[in-house]
Design a protein around this ligand. Structure first.
Ligand code: SF4
Ligand code: SF4
Length: 355
């Protein structure tokens, strides 16, 4: 592992060099919020942000993506044959991604890249992307990353970790992809590794000490799934939900989608669009029956999926990195930290029986 020193004076020129071989995505301020956008020629990232309003998941997993195209023109030999579209997967880099959001791609990968099922769209986009993280020195009050398998200086899922230090960035290179990117940018000034390593460690501890929101997850795996599903607290937990879907759209670890065919005259495309388990239409059957017909069903599904089914199925912790976006954006203040505590501390009838 190497640490490079990038003088802030060399930052913009390095990005210009990178733009010759990568599409660059970075936080940009739009109206009052920062979001990840593809940088236009000569545009530089605005790194003066806590976290973006939307997660950067759309860079790998677009909100709307064309998967196949087909012709309905029966005079053509290939009519009604689905053909995979030739999407571009040229190298791209996400500059300034927060460590929690980079870790989120690893959690999502358990769904899109498994030994049995490979999603070529997600995998090709992920493999062509280099993630340049920006350590988080001012976490939001709603962040609880350190107890959700991540942290403000967490390195898992990143190719480079950038740490801002006065007039320079320290760039800790974590993978071959990261090494290739620093070379392409011409950021080749090696830092004194022992000194820089100490500086990063001190800053990391200071950042972690600022996180004052936590979740307890230690009991989730052992609690009986059916008992938890039937727990009475779901009525109260879901009462104020308006099923707007905001929590799932802002979340870096939510992956629900819907597939639609769209015809235009005699040609058509098959598209994948983000969907949300919080919408009634997500599960409605052709018969009109809806197995998740009430908001209690839907809110329970969201939390059971993230905090119980995922834990049981993959055994890699919860399906949440503690970015706090759903906490900040929910219009009725439904808070995953509270629901997680209700779930983790739930006592089934069996638990309360004297031995
Ligand atoms: S953001 Fe809040 S109100 Fe909207 S669907 Fe999610 S939990 Fe319900
Ligand atoms: S569930 Fe909420 S806190 Fe967890 S990763 Fe998703 S948006 Fe962030």
């Amino acid at each position: 592992m190497k640490i490079f020193s990038i003088a802030k004076d060399n930052w913009a020129s390095g990005l210009d060099r990178l733009a010759e071989s990568y599409r660059l995505f970075a936080p940009v301020k739009e109206a009052e919020f920062h979001n990840f956008k593809e940088l236009a020629n000569g545009e530089t990232p605005d790194l003066n942000f806590l976290n973006t309003r939307l997660s950067p998941k759309a860079i790998i997993y677009p909100q709307t993506e064309t998967m196949f195209e087909y012709s309905l023109d029966e005079s053509r030999e290939d009519h009604h044959i689905m053909k995979e579209v030739d999407n571009s997967y040229s190298p791209q880099a996400v500059i300034g991604i927060r460590p929690c959001d980079a870790k989120a791609f690893l959690l999502v990968g358990h769904n899109f890249d498994t030994p049995e099922y490979k999603d070529p769209y997600w995998i090709k986009a992920y493999e062509s992307t280099t993630l340049v993280g920006l350590a988080c020195d001012s976490p939001c009050s709603s962040c609880f990353c350190t107890t959700a398998g991540s942290g403000p200086y967490h390195e898992e899922g990143l190719d480079i970790l950038l740490v801002e230090a006065e007039n320079q960035f320290l760039a800790k290179v974590l993978t071959d992809k990261g090494e290739k990117l620093v070379k392409s940018a011409g950021w080749d000034t090696a830092a004194d590794e022992a000194e820089a390593g100490k500086q990063i460690e001190t800053a990391k501890q200071a950042a972690e000490a600022k996180i004052n929101a936590f979740v307890n997850t230690d009991k989730l795996k052992e609690i009986d799934t059916v008992e938890l599903y039937k727990a009475p607290f779901w009525e109260d937990a879901s009462f104020s939900c308006i099923n707007c879907g905001t929590c799932t759209f802002v979340c870096p670890t939510c992956w629900c989608f819907d597939i639609q065919d769209e015809n235009h005259g005699k040609s058509g495309v098959r598209m994948r669009n983000w969907d949300s388990c919080m919408f009634p239409l997500f599960t409605i059957h052709g018969t009109g029956h809806n197995p998740r017909g009430t908001k209690l069903h839907r809110v329970r599904q969201r939390f059971m999926h993230k905090l119980k089914y995922y834990v049981d199925k993959y055994d890699v912790g919860i399906q949440c990195v503690g970015c706090g976006r759903c906490v900040r954006s929910c219009p009725v203040n439904i808070d995953i930290r509270r629901v997680c505590d209700l779930m983790n501390s739930y006592k089934t009838e069996k638990d309360s029986c004297p031995a």
